[in-house]
Design a protein around this ligand. Structure first.
Ligand code: ADP
Length: 525
C-alpha cells in the first residue's frame, strides 16, 4: 500500500533547511535509520479521526545508543526542532507514534531493545525502551526464569512506554508504573541522569530501592516531556505455585454497584491478588465476535440485542475477572471466601479455573491469559466492531472504587456515547483504591461522519466528567490540552509548576512539546 502522506515540515522550516537537518541526522545514525515520506507508515496515528491529520511527523530517527540520542538532541537544540519520543510507538487508540506538534521528528527507540539484566533472586529486570512485553516474556521463558512479567491487553508495546504512560496489566504487578524501580534518562541538554540509587556510581541496589537520597525524580518522567528514558528497572513477580483465575458474571446492568462494592474489600485486604477487570458484555463481545451478527442498525445497540449476546455467548452484563495466587491450600481457601461474597449477588455466576505457576500458553483459556502474564493481542479485534476500516480510541476516566461512583460514570459515559450513535463497550479496571473506567470506542475510519463524531464526542465526555468531579488520566494527543485545562486547582498551579520545570530543563522546547498539555514558554497557547 502506498501511503498518501502530506509532507509535514517542522514549524517555521523551509524544505531546504529541513534537508540540512536530515543530512545531519543521517550522518549520525546512518541513512537506513532516518525515515521520511512513505516510510513513515508506522509513525502515523493508525486510527486518526482528525481532519487532514494535524499530527503528521516530518521524519523519524532511530538511534541505537545513548550517545546517538545525545547527538540527535544537539541537532534538535541547534535548529530548535520539536522531537517526539516513542519506545515501540504502539500507543494505539491514543495517537500511536504520532506527535502532538505536526512536523516533529519522532525519536523511535525500537532499536534499543536489550534486556540488560534479570535478577532471579531479587525479582527484577533492567530493560532498554524497545523491549516489548512479548520479548521479555519470551526471554524469561527461554532462559528458564521463574519470574512473570505483567502484560497489558496488547503485548506488542514496550514495558517502558506503557509504564511511563501509567498503563496497566492484570497480574499482581498490574499497576505498571508502581513497579518501576530506577531509570536512566537523557535530558534535553544531553545530560544522563540515573534516578534513585542509580545516582551513585556502582551502587548495587538501583533496581531494589526506589528512593535514594533526596526528592524522588522518577515521577517527573512519567507522562512527561522532561527527558528520554533509556533504561528502566521493573520488578517482576515470582511465579506462584498455583494460580486460580476467577470470573464473576452478573446478569443485570444494575448489578454494577454490587460487583464493585463486593470487589473493593477483597482487593483492599489482599484476598484477591490482582486488580479486577469488570467488562460489560459488549466489551467482551467486541473481542470475540462481529457486531453485525447481533445488530446492524445505525444507532447504538439496543438492550434486547445485548441481552441476546449475554445469553448466546454465555456472558454476564458485567464480567469481573481476577486471579488468586499462592500455594494450592491458600489459593483455594481464598477463592472460597471470594465465591461466598459474590454469590450474595442474585443470579451471579462464579467460575474458577486452576493453573500451575508455569502454565503452558496453549493450555490457557484465552480469556485468562492476562491474569497469568501470557502475552496476547486478541483485544485489537474490537477495533473492527463497527466494520469497514477498523479504528478505536479509548476514554479513560479515574473512578473511586465505589459502586455509586461507578454507576454514575457508567450512566454518564453510556448516555453521551449513545447520543452520538456509538455502543458503550467498556467497564472498570478496579484496583484497591481506584478504578479506571474505560470506554472502548470503535469506529469505521472509512466513514467520515462516524469519524467526525469521535472528535465531537470526546470534549463532551470530558466536560460531563468534569462537571461530576472526575477526570481522565490518559488520552489521545488531540485532547491533551482539553484535559489538562480541567486540572485547574488554584488557577492551574500544578501546570504552572510543570511549566516552570519544563522551561528550566528544556529551554528550547525540543522534547515532546504539548505532551499532557505542557508547553515550553515559546509555544504556550
Ligand atoms: P508503546 O511502547 O507501548 O508502544 P509508545 O512508545 O507509543 O508506547 O509510548 C507511549 C508514550 O509514552 C509516548 O507517546 C511518549 O509520550 C511516552 N514515551 C514512550 N517511551 C518513552 C521514553 N523512552 N522516554 C520518554 N517518554 C516515552
Amino acid at each position: 500500500m502506498v501511503l498518501q502522506i502530506s509532507p509535514a515540515l517542522p514549524p517555521g522550516f523551509t524544505g531546504s533547511e529541513f534537508d540540512q537537518v536530515l543530512y545531519d541526522l543521517r550522518r549520525l545514525v546512518g541513512d537506513a535509520n532516518v525515515l521520511t515520506g512513505s516510510d513513515l507508515g508506522n509513525h502515523l496515528d493508525p486510527y486518526s479521526f482528525s481532519d487532514g491529520d494535524p499530527y503528521t511527523p516530518s521524519a523519524a530517527v532511530l538511534p541505537s545508543s545513548v550517545e546517538e540520542i545525545q547527538a540527535i538532541l544537539a541537532v534538535a537544540n541547534q535548529h530548535r526542532i520539536p522531537l517526539w519520543t516513542v519506545s515501540r510507538g504502539r500507543n494505539f487508540g491514543y495517537g500511536g507514534a504520532s506527535p502532538r506538534v505536526a512536523g516533529s521528528i519522532i525519536v523511535d527507540l525500537n532499536r534499543m531493545n536489550q534486556v540488560l539484566e534479570v535478577d532471579e533472586e531479587a525479582g527484577y529486570a533492567l530493560v532498554e525502551p524497545g523491549v516489548s512485553f512479548s520479548a521479555l516474556h519470551e526471554h524469561l521463558r527461554s532462559t528458564g526464569s521463574s519470574l512473570w512479567v505483567s502484560v497489558p491487553d496488547l503485548s506488542w508495546g514496550s514495558l517502558t512506554g506503557n509504564a511511563l504512560e501509567r498503563g496497566f496489566g492484570y497480574t499482581a504487578h498490574g499497576d505498571h508504573s508502581a513497579f518501576i524501580c530506577g531509570m536512566e534518562v537523557v535530558l534535553a541538554d544531553g545530560r544522563v541522569v540515573r534516578t534513585g540509587m542509580g545516582a551513585m556510581t556502582g551502587n548495587s541496589a538501583w533496581q531494589m530501592y526506589k528512593g535514594g537520597f533526596g526528592p524522588s525524580l522518577d515521577g517527573l518522567f512519567l507522562q512527561s516531556n522532561y527527558g528520554i528514558v533509556t533504561k528502566m528497572g521493573v520488578w517482576l513477580m515470582p511465579a506462584p505455585e498455583q494460580a486460580i483465575v476467577c470470573s464473576a458474571q452478573a446478569r443485570n446492568e444494575d448489578d454494577l454497584a454490587a460487583v464493585i462494592d463486593t470487589l473493593r474489600p477483597l482487593l483492599l485486604d489482599g484476598t484477591i491478588s490482582t486488580n479486577s477487570m469488570v467488562g460489560n458484555a459488549l466489551a467482551v463481545a467486541s473481542m470475540i465476535t462481529d457486531r453485525h451478527l447481533w445488530y446492524d442498525g445505525p444507532g447504538p445497540m439496543p438492550d434486547e440485542a445485548i441481552r441476546r449476546i449475554c445469553d448466546e455467548l454465555h456472558l454476564g452484563w458485567w464480567n469481573a475477572r481476577f486471579a488468586v495466587y499462592g500455594t494450592p491450600k491458600v489459593a483455594q481457601a481464598k477463592v472460597e471466601v471470594i465465591r461466598q461474597a459474590f454469590e450474595k449477588i442474585p443470579g451471579l455466576e462464579f467460575i474458577a479455573r486452576t493453573y500451575p505457576g508455569n502454565p503452558v500458553p496453549d493450555q490457557v483459556h484465552p480469556a485468562d491469559r492476562a491474569q497469568l502474564g501470557v502475552p496476547s493481542t486478541d483485544l485489537i479485534r474490537m477495533a473492527g466492531w463497527r466494520g469497514g476500516e477498523p479504528a478505536h480510541t479509548d476514554f479513560s476516566l479515574v473512578c473511586p472504587p465505589k459502586g455509586a461512583d461507578a454507576v454514575k460514570q457508567m450512566r454518564l459515559i453510556r448516555a453521551r456515547v449513545e447520543e452520538h450513535g456509538f455502543d458503550y463497550a467498556g467497564g472498570f479496571t478496579t484496583f484497591p483504591r481506584h478504578a479506571i473506567a474505560l470506554a472502548l470506542l470503535s469506529f469505521d475510519k472509512s466513514d467520515p461522519e462516524q469519524t467526525a463524531r469521535v472528535g465531537q464526542l470526546f470534549p463532551e465526555l470530558i466536560a460531563d466528567a468534569a462537571a461530576a468531579g472526575y477526570a481522565p488520566y490518559r488520552s489521545h494527543i488531540a485532547f491533551m490540552d482539553t484535559i489538562a485545562d480541567r486540572y485547574d486547582f488554584n488557577n492551574h498551579a500544578a501546570r504552572s509548576l510543570q511549566e516552570t520545570i519544563k522551561d528550566a530543563v528544556d529551554p528550547n522546547g525540543i522534547l515532546s512539546p504539548g505532551k499532557q498539555g505542557i508547553w515550553n514558554a515559546g509555544r504556550r497557547p
